[in-house]
Design a protein around this ligand. Structure first.
Ligand code: GLU
Length: 455
């Protein structure tokens, strides 16, 4: 099928791939690509292939690869099929032979410095820096001379002198004029195939129907469309999504280190937060913190993403995380609380405090408030009042009604009301001016501990 033939979304079985390179840690940008591929395939009853793009042997590590599995697992994103590029070199060799046989691959000998010089000259003349195809004019003797010099050729793919166009699910109609693209290098001079060809061979042989990736790949797509055709593969449907930028509108990549998924996890960001945030970023509706993956699949619409670069804002992520944490059940956090040393924390405690923490780890503070040592906040002018209040602390009844009964009695005895009444008690009992409902917190604090904090 030609790339120019429009395709509707669902006239083919959906099969997508997420293709990380294990040359570094997964960051929010990769997570977004993985998530959107996953949501797209689950929304259309398709299949997702996880493909390790590990042909760069120097930079790919087992540790990075394992971390990718862990990160995907943490996010709850599963996959139906798996491929590894480093195990598929024979397939790339066959494709290379096929292109050589059809005259679409040609040997070039320019050094990086020579290419850079050509580019500079072109730019200086106001021309686009497109490869001039000088190597196509080399005679057999000139080839021999380069080889005799010890130069190993790299191989370029000869683009057809025809426009390239496709209907993109993210960008609408995309069009490249002939002559605006350089013939891409597919094989390096050490014989290693480059991503441009390995990805096409894989997408073709693993029958990928939809390639969903960042818009930084649009130019790759333009040449890859011709490569799919030259290798007799059907051309997949493409969806290029605008890249995220930081809250300041600048590229995210500079700060990618701090936006690694495992760092966000260490900061207490929940997987549901990341999923809901990234799924809605650039779309018109905002998440409310109750969404799980099932809800995100139901709501998913790849056409719902705008064309502008969405801003990834850590403050928004943290605010959403607080909402997500507010909805977490005690069962879902029990083990994590125990791992944080809060093994004795129970459901009543969690339900009382979850609305006042930004992260699950934030429960530690409120656990110290109810079960440990804290410094009460007591103003000098409140000392006598607190002593009075202590004298009226109910004996026996120790539940959510206690606070109402107690403050009713203190009000009668002291004449204080409103903020004057409640704030000194809250400060003395919790050491803070804000926090969970005291009526829920009070019964969790030991009565003697309450008395001690009042005196
Ligand atoms: N390994 C490539 C990358 O991480 C895959 C790009 C693609 O989706 O084709 O950029």
């Amino acid at each position: 099928m030609s790339a120019n033939e429009p395709r509707t979304l669902l006239d083919q079985a959906v099969r997508v791939r997420f293709a990380p390179s294990p040359t570094g840690r997964m960051h929010v940008g990769n997570a977004r690509t993985a998530l959107i591929n996953w949501l797209f395939t689950r929304a259309h009853g398709g299949e997702m292939l996880l493909r390790m793009d590990d042909t760069d042997a120097e930079r790919s590590t087992k540790e990075n690869e394992d971390q990718i599995y862990k990160d995907l697992d943490w996010l709850g994103l599963d996959w139906d099929d798996f491929a590894r590029q480093s195990a598929r070199h024979d397939r790339y060799d066959l494709a290379t032979d096929k292109l050589k046989a059809s005259g679409r691959l040609y040997a070039c000998y320019e050094t990086p410095e020579e290419l850079e010089l050509k580019r500079k000259i072109q730019l200086g003349q106001g021309r686009p820096p497109v490869y001039d195809r000088a190597a196509l004019d080399l005679s057999p003797e000139e080839h021999q001379a380069f080889l005799a010099e010890g130069r190993q050729p790299h191989w370029r793919f000869k683009l057809l002198d025809a426009p390239v166009a496709w209907d993109d699910l993210g960008r609408g109609h995309v069009h490249f004029e002939p002559g605006s693209l350089s013939d891409p290098v597919l094989i390096r001079n050490d014989g290693r195939p480059l991503y441009t060809i390995s990805s096409v061979v894989d997408d073709g042989e693993t029958r990928i129907s939809h390639v969903v990736r960042g818009e930084d790949h649009v130019v790759n797509t333009a040449v890859q469309v011709q490569l799919f055709e030259a290798l007799d593969f059907p051309v997949p449907t493409f969806a290029h999504l605008p890249l995220m930028v930081g809250a300041d509108g600048r590229a995210l990549s500079k700060r990618i280190g701090s936006l690694a998924l495992h760092d966000l996890r260490d900061q207490g960001i929940e997987p549901n937060t990341i999923n809901a945030y990234l799924a809605h970023l650039g779309a018109s509706i905002a998440p409310d913190g109750t969404e799980d993956l099932t809800a995100l699949v139901k709501r998913f619409d790849i056409a719902g993403y705008g064309r502008a670069s969405p801003r990834f804002d850590m403050k928004e992520l943290e605010a959403l995380n607080a909402k997500v944490v507010h909805h977490l059940s005690f069962d879902s956090v029990r083990n994590r609380l125990a791992a944080d040393g809060l093994a004795a924390a129970d459901e009543a405690f969690w339900n009382a405090i979850r609305g006042n923490v930004g992260t699950v780890a934030g429960a530690g503070h409120w656990w110290r408030v109810v079960a440990g040592e804290i410094e009460p906040l007591v103003a000098d002018e409140d000392r006598a009042f607190l002593k009075d209040a202590a004298a009226h602390l109910p004996d026996g009844l120790w539940d959510q009604d206690t606070w109402g009964v107690w403050t009713g009695a203190v009000k009668q005895a002291t004449g204080r009301k409103g903020k004057q009444l409640f704030m000194p008690l809250r400060r003395a009992l919790t050491g803070r001016e804000q926090g969970p409902d005291i009526k829920d917190l009070l019964p969790l604090i030991d009565r003697d501990r309450v008395l001690a904090r009042l005196s």
